[in-house]
Write a protein that binds this ligand. Structure first.
Ligand code: NAG
Ligand code: NAG
Ligand code: NAG
Ligand code: NAG
Ligand code: NAG
Ligand code: NAG
Ligand code: NAG
Ligand code: NAG
Ligand code: NAG
Ligand code: NAG
Ligand code: NAG
Length: 740
């Protein structure tokens, strides 16, 4: 409740003293009541929801108590409830779960060429342009050159969505749908009502998936080249679920309810809960992606930006794709030159050019804002008003941390900032003034120059493009496995470019996120698993343009089994950083074999995870039952990778059942090859699979036995017919070091 409405509520209560129970209403919180699949023969879902609420709330029930009904693609509703009412609702017949409306966060290009998806690749434009990508994000900037619709026909006939036309927003034949969601009706003042993107993030993500070709795009000269999405002919449907303050799960579920019914083919979702949610059916994203899968729609999700610690993934359901972020071979380097001629290379995205001019240089620790009550041990971090604005004016300052852009205060009055600390240098930011970020070694040399020089000076160059010697590696920020809920399913699934990605932007948004950044840009360079996710979405859409009937699991399998293995030397968390490896768009179109899965496979898996028959029948609206032999189904879910959680020095012997479908050539014989470290034996039975027809499915078992002596051991299985190499990673790990 906002402070104004609670004031009104209070005065109302004082005048009607006996009829109001302040405590009751103050204890009400917004809950999502999830009820599984849409009942097949029910006439009015809302009136059913209304009756349930009436029963739970009793005499104080009013029609507006029902805040929202989910009724297009699955069943459920939203209401403000007390704890007692939550208990009552939870016990009702059709209810699967009741959970709080939580805040969800956003997981804030050369990339396509880097992956081999050049402008010249083979495409099926007529099919590609029938693919509709649903983007759940901060909305979209429809005037961006990436979304021009020259040459596009009308939306494909299957499209049932709509465009929320508001003030100056309208759709075209590229952006065929746009909706916005704010069920609590409290719009943040610094955002625009409706689907227009005032942040830039949604525009960036949408253009990475399906932006058209824009020649000579750059961020004020940086990253210049042709900007384009992975499937430039595909259509976009924007679902604005995130706002300048936050995103809410109520709204995200409402977008799933619509997008599935609207007819999107694939969903891109670069956001996640703040903490992993253990129960799949209390996790709005797991629920939404589940119903999408049930309707043949793959959802690509970002792994999260909470790495490099273990167990930091927030999107890990087996029916969705989880994407980690890695570098491309390009990096941006921002030079610093001192008055004595010494040069250092830092990292930032710096579009400002000081033309080599040397400016007076000060240590922030020597210029505290004394009148503000700050001393040097505080001002050295340059946060807020701790630095004396007058004493840094016209100068470059040295700061002892990477200053968050939203906490830049008086330092913004300086000519530039040089930051030094030991934080990772693979995560770069832009600032509203010339800035470079260096390590502590360079920092010490610069600090000693400042101490020993009577009139120190420095300059900061505009960033230039450099090259990563060892690329790709998973960025430090990318969330790591193991899978917090189902450790025997490997997550993330794979990695894609998520570092320093150039894509379209909203010109009304600050490119650096700092308040006083006046640059108005149509393209911006940012990093995050948020940027990696739409790359994977686009590759899945690209594969779908060749194989329109493939299931979500088949698309996932194609992406995972063709991924390039990544190097454990560069990624100490190995598969927990990159999953199957780096996404490979061209390989994914022709995977040879796929590990398919459908609803029934996930039902068996969920039975094994302890979800009972009653609950699953409601979710699936069918008569499936969990048989008693269904425990440990996790090893038999037809997943394209293998994981085993065990203990160091404990002997294990685990069997996995799998099925592969031939999608390569009619007659083909695949031989299994395994790679395992010493101490682990892997056998595959049968080790030769002979296919006689396309679409034929054959079964095999994989047995891993042995002991591990380190916390992570990586192995792999490759099915090879001489043309295709169908690779699955195998990870065996000690769950002890990961106990948290
Ligand atoms: C559309 O309206 C918003 C405010 O409602 C404004 O900020 C924006 O500049 C307008 N955009 C265009 C392209 O006219
Ligand atoms: C650098 O030179 C350019 C072109 O001459 C000029 O527009 C710009 O203002 C100069 N920048 C500074 C900080 O002097
Ligand atoms: C600087 O200020 C902080 C907090 O305001 C204080 O704890 C610290 O002792 C001060 N340091 C010096 C050297 O005065
Ligand atoms: C010092 O800090 C105060 C309050 O934090 C701020 O109002 C003032 O502008 C600052 N002074 C200078 C010279 O930076
Ligand atoms: C520079 O002087 C400051 C005190 O002003 C000191 O804390 C710092 O260690 C000195 N730096 C070097 C590299 O000597
Ligand atoms: C995978 O399974 C689904 C559901 O059973 C089926 O529709 C599809 O044809 C299968 N094969 C592929 C390649 O998707
Ligand atoms: C199934 O699970 C639900 C929720 O966990 C529980 O209320 C119910 O009693 C269970 N039913 C059976 C048959 O175990
Ligand atoms: C479930 O079983 C009942 C009774 O046998 C039958 O009438 C109904 O059609 C079945 N439903 C489904 C979805 O199979
Ligand atoms: C491991 O399990 C398989 C299948 O159950 C069995 O054939 C094999 O003998 C077992 N190995 C050991 C060392 O027990
Ligand atoms: C596949 O092999 C069978 C038997 O060897 C043969 O009869 C058939 O013609 C082959 N099909 C193709 C497409 O090569
Ligand atoms: C692996 O297999 C070899 C040969 O069959 C056997 O000698 C060895 O003991 C096995 N090792 C483990 C760890 O099971």
């Amino acid at each position: 409740m906002s402070s104004l409405s609670s004031l009104l509520f209070l005065s109302f209560c004082f005048s009607l003293l006996f009829f109001c129970s302040i405590s009751e209403d103050d204890q009400r919180k917004t809950y999502i009541v999830y009820m599984g699949s849409h009942p097949k023969h029910q006439v009015s879902t809302s009136s059913h929801h209304m009756r349930m609420l009436q029963e739970a709330i009793g005499s104080t029930f009013a029609p507006h108590s029902l805040l929202h009904s989910y009724k297009r693609s699955f069943n459920g509703f939203v209401a403000k409830l007390t704890e007692t009412e939550v208990k009552k609702v939870s016990e009702m017949k059709d209810v699967i779960s009741v959970f709080l409306n939580e805040k969800i966060q956003l997981h804030t290009t050369r990339s396509w060429d880097f992956m081999g998806l050049t402008q010249q690749v083979n495409r099926v434009p007529s099919v590609e342009s029938d693919i509709i990508v649903g983007v759940f994000d901060t909305g979209i900037w429809p005037e961006s050159p990436s979304f021009l619709d020259h040459g596009y026909g009308p939306p494909p006939p299957k499209w049932k969505g709509s465009c929320e036309v508001s003030s100056n927003f309208s759709c075209n034949n590229k952006i065929i749908g746009a909706r916005s969601y704010r069920r609590n009706g409290q719009y943040p003042i610094n955002d625009i009502k409706g689907p227009r993107d005032s942040n830039g993030h949604g525009t960036h993500v949408a253009s990475t998936v399906a932006g058209g070709l824009v020649r000579q795009a750059s961020m004020l000269g940086l990253g210049s080249g042709t900007a384009r999405g992975g499937v430039p002919s595909a259509r976009i449907a924007a679902y604005k679920v995130c706002w300048s303050d936050t995103c809410f799960s109520v709204d995200i579920l409402a977008a799933f309810d619509d997008a599935i019914a609207d007819g999107v083919d694939i969903i891109s979702m670069s956001l996640g809960p703040r903490k992993p949610i253990a129960n799949y059916f209390s996790d709005p994203i797991a629920i939404g992606t589940f119903h999408a899968m049930k309707n043949g729609i793959l959802t690509s999700t970002s792994a999260g930006n909470d790495g490099p610690s273990s167990f930091t993934l927030t999107n890990f359901s087996p029916w969705s794709l989880t994407v980690a972020a890695s570098t491309t071979d390009r990096k941006f380097v921002t030079g610093v030159q001192l008055g004595d001629g010494r040069r250092f290379n830092g990292v930032t995205i710096n579009t400002f050019d000081l033309n080599g001019t040397q400016y007076p240089f000060v240590y922030a620790g020597n210029v505290p804002n004394v009148t503000g009550g700050f001393n040097g041990s505080i001002s050295r971090f340059c946060l807020g008003n701790t630095v004396d604005r007058e004493l840094v004016k016209g100068k470059i300052a040295l700061c002892d941390i990477l200053v968050p852009q939203t906490l830049l205060g008086s330092i913004e009055g300086a000519v530039g900032i040089i930051m030094q600390d030991k934080s990772p240098k693979d995560l770069t930011f832009s600032f509203p003034l010339p800035a470079s970020h260096l390590g502590t070694q360079e920092g010490a040399l610069i600090s000693s120059y400042l101490n020993l020089t009577s009139l120190p000076t420095a300059t900061i160059s505009k960033s230039i493009e450099g090259k990563h010697e060892a690329a790709p590696f998973v960025a430090s920020f990318s969330s790591r496995g193991p899978n917090p809920t189902t450790p025997n399913i490997l997550k993330p699934d794979l990695s894609g470019p998520g570092v320093e990605i150039l894509a379209a932007w909203s010109p009304i948004s600050s490119p650096s996120t700092a308040k006083d950044d006046n640059r108005k840009l149509l393209f911006n360079i940012i990093s995050g698993t948020s940027m990696a996710c739409p790359h994977a979405t686009a590759v899945a859409a690209y594969v779908k343009s060749f194989h329109p009937s493939w299931s979500p699991a088949a698309l996932k399998s194609a992406l995972m089994t063709t991924a390039f293995p990544m190097r454990a030397e560069l990624n100490k968390d190995a598969e927990f950083a990159y999953g199957s490896g780096h996404i490979n768009p061209l390989g994914a179109v022709n995977p040879g074999l796929i590990y398919n899965a459908s609803e029934i496979d996930y039902i068996r898996f969920l039975c094994g995870e302890g979800y009972n028959t009653t609950l699953l029948q409601r979710i699936f609206e069918d008569n499936s039952t969990c048989s008693p032999t269904n425990s440990d189904q996790v090893f038999d879910l037809n997943y394209p990778s293998f994981a085993l959680s065990t203990h160091i020095s404990t002997s294990f012997n685990q069997t996995y059942k799998r099925r592969v479908t031939n999608v390569g050539s009619t007659n083909s014989t695949y031989k299994a090859t395994t790679f395992a470290p010493s101490g682990i034996n892997i056998s595959v039975n049968p080790s030769i699979l002979s296919f006689k027809a396309l679409g034929e499915e054959l079964k095999f078992e994989l047995i891993i036995e042995g002991k591990i002596s380190r916390s992570i051991e990586s192995a792999s299985l490759v099915w090879d017919d001489g043309v295709h190499k169908v690779r699955s990673p195998i990870i065996v790990f000690d769950s002890d070091p990961f106990i948290h």
